[in-house]
Structure formats: structure tokens, C-alpha cells
Design a protein around this ligand. Structure first.
Ligand code: APR
Ligand code: PHB
Length: 391
């Protein structure tokens, strides 16, 4: 097989990149380790920045997102038993975010790709990338027991944190920055109406809680838990009881509970690999960086990487210019590090760090009190939450 761009991974990064390249007349093949059903079964965050919404439109797949997504103009911060609204729209000159699950966005991209008949290999085994430091990179894999090769001009590593692309770069050529947090998020999805119209981020002495949603009838809740906890330790009832203890009185009374559709624990991590380009191999999305979920930047960062990468590749093919490719890593990393900083800051502000004790808790409460009363501090939160502009 031969193509212009071989894309490894059919998560949101790979699918969005494939769609944008196709629109510009650039051939691409996606090679994915899992089945399409498996990819759609993963429950991830669901807050889209305007930048991500615009890219979905540019890719021609924004129709259902606009019909079903819920625009949000604010978020609520809960601490010392009281909720305080941050008016994102007023503080950012009219910007909003949209509640639309990553699963739905992935489904829209998959459906569009299938309708166009674009080549996607699912359930590919032993995927390997070769010769990306030369002019003629190759991708090899096994399909139904047969060995296959794709010859290409470029390889886009959109294969997530555990993918093969970053791991194939010689260790001397890459620098990795990492921070692991001493807790995880236990998430629960349920077909119950959200407890509040807007998201609630709660700082409590019992730990962080988040009330999020997927639609007017589907809720997503999270609890900070120790890394030693196992999902099976948490019955639905235990989850709802603990969530109630971390909410304010009104929310506690309004909370409607029901059976969980999904329950899982995810550890929290900050991670950045530098650079994001190695000859003719590029890393985009989770393959190059991870943020802790506080602030929901993961998917949005993946989308901005894809914007920079698709622009660079289109420039290469249409204008015979290397400039975009040469700047891809630097341009993406500038935005990535700002989102890393924000996610790290918001995580530190909202979670209970056992080693910091009561002093840490009181300092967080003081900062939150400052935040809600200072226009400057609220604006800094709002600007970052709705997404920083693309350079
Ligand atoms: N070969 C082929 N595909 C692979 C390989 C491999 N060796 N390793 C991993 N993959 C696939 C995974 O199965 C997955 O479907 O790459 C895909 C990567 O998708 P994601 O992990 O969703 O990463 P990305 O597309 O960059 O999306 C980033 O996902 O984790 C969230 O917060 C993150 O929302 C953000 C988004
Ligand atoms: C989610 O809905 O899954 C979600 C929302 C906001 C966050 C993180 C996760 O900050």
C-alpha cells in the first residue's frame, strides 16, 4: 500500500487529522490497534473549546455537535460549603464552551470517514514505524495474520500515551517531562439529570468532586480517590453517598441518583515529550502530552495539535513549503505548555493533597476566596478555561 500520510491511531486526533487532510486532497490511511467498537467504548471528557468546535466545522462534521451539544457560559466553584459562579462569557468577551462527549465527537468523525470510504485498518496487530529519519518512511502491521506494509511520505503518531510512535524514537532524541499526582479520579456515568445546569468543581476537606454531564438526561460525576482504591471497592451506593458529602446542601438535596452505566478510576498525570517531530514522524494529541483532567484540556489540546499539523502538511503539499513542518513542534508546544500549566494549577487548587495537611487546605480556601472576588484572578481562570487563542 502507498499513501501520502500514514496516521497511527483512530482516536479523536487521528480521525480529525484524516478528515482535514482529505478535505485538502491529501491521501491518508489510518491504522488502529483496536476495533471501532472498542474505541467508542472508552469514556473520556466532554468539554469543547471554541477552537475544537471550529475545527469540527472545518472538517465538515459539526452538524450533530451543534444540534445536540449544550453551550455553557459559566462554571461553579464550590468551597467551604458555598457555590460561586464564574461567568466565563462575561469575563472573556463572549466566549463559551460546549458540553459534547468525546465519544460522540469520535463517532461523528468515524461515520464521516466511513461515508467517504476512506481507508481505515482496525484491529491491526504489531504496528511498527520505520525509516522516518529518511525520505521514505514505512508502517508495517499484521492484519488477519498477514503482514502488510504502507509506504508513505509522513507518519502522524496519533496513537495516544501508550502508543508505538513515541516509543520508536531513539531515547537520546527525546526529552520527557512528567509529574504524577498522588490520587486518581473515580468516574461514574448515569442516565440521571445533572444535579445543576452548569458544572460544579468542588474543593472539600474530603477531597475533590466534579459534577459534569453529557446531556440533559445523562450525568458524569467524579470523586478524588486514593490510588490504592479499586473500582470494585466502590458500590454505586458508596459513590453517591460520598458525592453527597462533598456537595453543598442545595445540590445534595437535588441530586438524583441511579444505576451506573460505567465506573472507572483514572490516575492523574502531567506529561510532555519534546520535540514533537523526528524527521518525517510527528506526534499529536496524547502521544505527545497528557494533562490531568481538571479543566478538560486533553481533547482540546489534541485538536489544536491537529490544526497545526494539518496546516503544516497542507502547506507542504500545496505550496511546496517546509516552513510549517519545521515549526510544528515549537508552535504546538507553546500552546501545550500553557495548557499544562493551567491544568496543573487547577488540579493543585482543587484537590486534597494529604501531605499538605490542614495548612494546604486553608491556603487553597484563601486562594479560592481571592479568585472569586478578584476580577483579574477570575478572568485568568475564565480565559484559560475557554481556551487560549491559537497562535
Ligand atoms: N498502533 C495503532 N494504534 C494504536 C497503537 C498502536 N501501537 N497504540 C495505541 N493506538 C490507538 C489507541 O487504541 C487509540 O484508539 O491510538 C488511539 C489513540 O487515541 P487516544 O488515546 O484517544 O488519543 P488522541 O486521539 O490523541 O486523543 C486525545 O483522548 O485521552 C484523551 O484526554 C485525551 O481527550 C483527549 C484525547
Ligand atoms: C467530563 O465531563 O468528563 C469532564 C468535564 C470537565 C472536566 C473534566 C472532565 O474538567
Amino acid at each position: 500500500m502507498r499513501t501520502q500520510v500514514a496516521i497511527i491511531g483512530a482516536g479523536p486526533s487521528g480521525l480529525l487529522l484524516g478528515q482535514l487532510l482529505h478535505k485538502a486532497g491529501i491521501d491518508n490511511i489510518i491504522v488502529e490497534r483496536q476495533s471501532a467498537e472498542y474505541v467508542l467504548g472508552r469514556i473520556r471528557a466532554g468539554i469543547l473549546e471554541q477552537v475544537t468546535i471550529d475545527l469540527m466545522d472545518e472538517a465538515g462534521v459539526g452538524q450533530r455537535m451543534h444540534a445536540e451539544g449544550l453551550p455553557h457560559t459559566g462554571i461553579e466553584l464550590l468551597f467551604e460549603g458555598q457555590r460561586h459562579r464564574i461567568d466565563l462569557q462575561a469575563l472573556t468577551g463572549g466566549k463559551k464552551v460546549m458540553v459534547y462527549g468525546q465519544t460522540e465527537l469520535t463517532r461523528d468523525l468515524m461515520d464521516a470517514r466511513q461515508a467517504l470510504g476512506l481507508p481505515t485498518v482496525y484491529s491491526a496487530a504489531d504496528v511498527a514505524v520505520h525509516d522516518f529519519d529518511g525520505e521514505r518512511p514505512r508502517v508495517t502491521f499484521q492484519r488477519e495474520g498477514r503482514s502488510e506494509t504502507i509506504e508513505c511520505d509522513f507518519i502522524a503518531g496519533c496513537d495516544g500515551f501508550h502508543g508505538v510512535c513515541r516509543a520508536s524514537v531513539p531515547s537520546g532524541a527525546i526529552t520527557e517531562y512528567e509529574k504524577v499526582y498522588p490520587f486518581g479520579w473515580l468516574g461514574l456515568l448515569s442516565d440521571t439529570p445533572p444535579v445543576s445546569e452548569e458544572l460544579i468543581y468542588a474543593n472539600t476537606p474530603r477531597g475533590f468532586a466534579l459534577c459534569s454531564q453529557r446531556s440533559l438526561s445523562r450525568s458524569r460525576y467524579y470523586l478524588q480517590v486514593p490510588l490504592t482504591d479499586k473500582v470494585q471497592d466502590w458500590s454505586d451506593e458508596a459513590f453517591w453517598n460520598e458525592l453527597r458529602l462533598r456537595l453543598d446542601e442545595t445540590a445534595r438535596e437535588r441530586l438524583i441518583t441511579g444505576p451506573s452505566l460505567e465506573k472507572s478510576i483514572a490516575p492523574l498525570r502531567s506529561f510532555v515529550a519534546e520535540p514533537l517531530r523526528f524527521g518525517r514522524l510527528f506526534l499529536a494529541g496524547d502521544a505527545g502530552h497528557i494533562v490531568p483532567p481538571t479543566g478538560a484540556k486533553g481533547l482540546n489540546l489534541a485538536a489544536s495539535d491537529v490544526h497545526y499539523l494539518s496546516t503544516a502538511l497542507i502547506e507542504y503539499y500545496q505550496e511546496r513549503s517546509q516552513a510549517g513542518i519545521d515549526h510544528y513542534s515549537q508552535r504546538s508546544l507553546a500552546r501545550i505548555w500553557k495548557a499544562e500549566r493551567f491544568s496543573w494549577w487547577f488540579t493543585n487548587l482543587m484537590h486534597r493533597f494529604p501531605a499538605e495537611g490542614g495548612f494546604g487546605q486553608r491556603v487553597q480556601e484563601a486562594e479560592l476566596d481571592y479568585l472569586i472576588h478578584s476580577q483579574a484572578a477570575s478572568t485568568a481562570l475564565a480565559e484559560n478555561y475557554v481556551g487560549l487563542p491559537m497562535a
